[in-house]
Structures are given as C-alpha cells and as structure tokens.
Design a protein around this ligand. Sequence first.
Ligand SMILES: [Zn+2]
Length: 343
Amino acid sequence: MVRLYRLKYCTISISLILLSAMSLAQTSSGHVHAPAAKDFAATLTFLSSDWMEGREAGTRGSYMAADYIAGMMQLNGLAPYGDYDTLKSGQTGTTLFQQTYFQDFEMKLYYIEMMGTFTLILGKPGSVVVKNIIGIIPGKDSTKSLIVGAHYDHLGIIDGLIYNGADDNASGVSGMLALAKAWVETGEKPPCNIIFSAWNGEEKGRLGSLYFVRHTHANPAQILAYINMDMISRSAPEDTNGRQLSIGTMPASEGLRQIAIAGNLRLPHPFELDLWDVTGHTGSDYASFTAKNIPVMTFFSGYQVDYHKPEDDADKVDLKKMEDILKIVNDCIREVTESLSDK
Ligand SMILES: [Zn+2]
C-alpha cells in the first residue's frame, strides 16, 4: 500500500463574482462522475461474447466489434475523428467530405522472420484493410489533445476455440466508451480536446496505435498525454483481494505519476500501486506513443491465470475493481485537461 498522503489546499474566493468562466469550466469538469459497473458491464460482456469470434484483426468478429464501437461512440455523442469519406461530387465538380469514426489501415497477412542467413515468410500472401475507431470531444483549446485509448482486437479462434478476451481487452474498451459517455454528458466543452480511441492489431504488434501516431490529424507535439487501458478487470493469482494495480509512466512525467497516486488515494480503499517506468517496454499500445515522446499513463490490473487463454471470459471479471480503476482514470483525465486552464 502506498502511504503517501497529499493535502489539497483550496483558496476561498472572496466573492462569487470573481469566478471566471474558466473556473466555472473547471468546476463543471470536476463533476464528471466516473462510470459505474452498470455503465460498462453490458458492453464488456457483448464485446467478449462468442458472437464476436475473438475479435482477431482482419476477421469477421473484429469488423462487427468495430461497427459496434463506432455505433456506441455516435450514440453517446462523440464527434467522429477518423478518415474522411467522400460524400458526393456535385455537378460543379465540388467534392464533399464527411469525417467518419474509422481510421483504416492495411495489415499484411504475412510476416518476415530472419533465421540466421535464411529469410522466412510466414502466414498468407496479401493484405487486408482493418480499422481503428476514433471519436473526439472538441475542447475549448482545440489545438491540444488528451488521448484515452484501448485495443479492441484479441486472438480470434484457434483450433476451434474462441478466445473471447474479456479482460484482454474488452475491459479497456468498455471502460473507454463509458468514460467518453460520462464526459459528453456534462454538456460542457473540456479545456482541450479529448480523443477516445479503440485500436486494432495490438496483438499483432501494436499495428493500430503505430498507424495512428504516424497519421493522426492531431499534431503529436500538441498531444498532452496518452492514457492506455489494457486488461483492467482481473487480478494476478497472488493478489487475492483484487487490490493491486499497475500504472506505468515515463520518468520525465513525474506530474502524471503524482496525479495517479493522488487519484488512488481518493478511493475509499486505495489500491496497492505498482508504479513502473515504461522506458524500453513494448507490452501494449502506450509504446507507440512513448516512441514519439508523448507522455503516457498505462493501466493494468495484473496477469490473471486466463491471460491469452480461451477462458478469459466475462463472467470472471471483477466489476468493482474495474469501477475503482476507472475512478482513477477519470481523475487523471480531469487533472490533465485542467492543467491547461491553470496556466
Ligand atoms: Zn491486451
């Protein structure tokens, strides 16, 4: 258990008149309620049902999952932040474009492995178009962005068994969608853009997040931070109480680490935190962002016994643990975006 307590000092305003529009914005985003289990449990269960066929990138299940995630983003009021579709060409020669929730990229069906002097080409020839799904809440300062993301692909069907990937990573995606809904529902513009993303192809080498950082509309220099959620609903066998949480950051981002520590201490029963340095690690989509020197925070609830097994099912997730993790993530979103207003 981390036993570092930080006191938060508040200044008392002499008069309400002194409250500026900026501080009102801070107050409103301070009231974003973190999602409860009822806000993400059904999505988690649906994404990890047999219907989704294990969501392997490039397979039918992953396209179904992509359509569902995009539909949820639209229904929950996020603006699209993916590729532009050609809407129509007028007789005047004018072409209209409409932004979509999908960012398409090509995924090769083969990979190359070097074995000494031999080059092995494994897999099938050719490639297939696969999708990231991206939505945005435009901020007051539209030049700066915070990104909240999770990969939605998993391992698909192997030897006739469906790898449902409930913890890995229907948990992260359902958490991301629930946070997006909560932030839209404030009806307020946050201080900066908040981009919500579901990445494809993480299990095949972080393909989706790598493509995003190379092709995003957002200027990488203007991305304040990337918050990653990958496996946030189970616990390692030794964590018998389900109260351990791993949070990775870069050494240069001490501020983000402190924000996470403070968020944890606001919980009635704080987690025992494993705070680690992501430098040199490539275990999830955060690494695509660290490669571009974008500050990251990555949340992980522990290596559970069903990791990358067909038994990673929705009936085993710890909804209460996930609820508490999302409270910390929600605090981090608030603190990072409000850091702009403080300047
Ligand atoms: Zn994962």
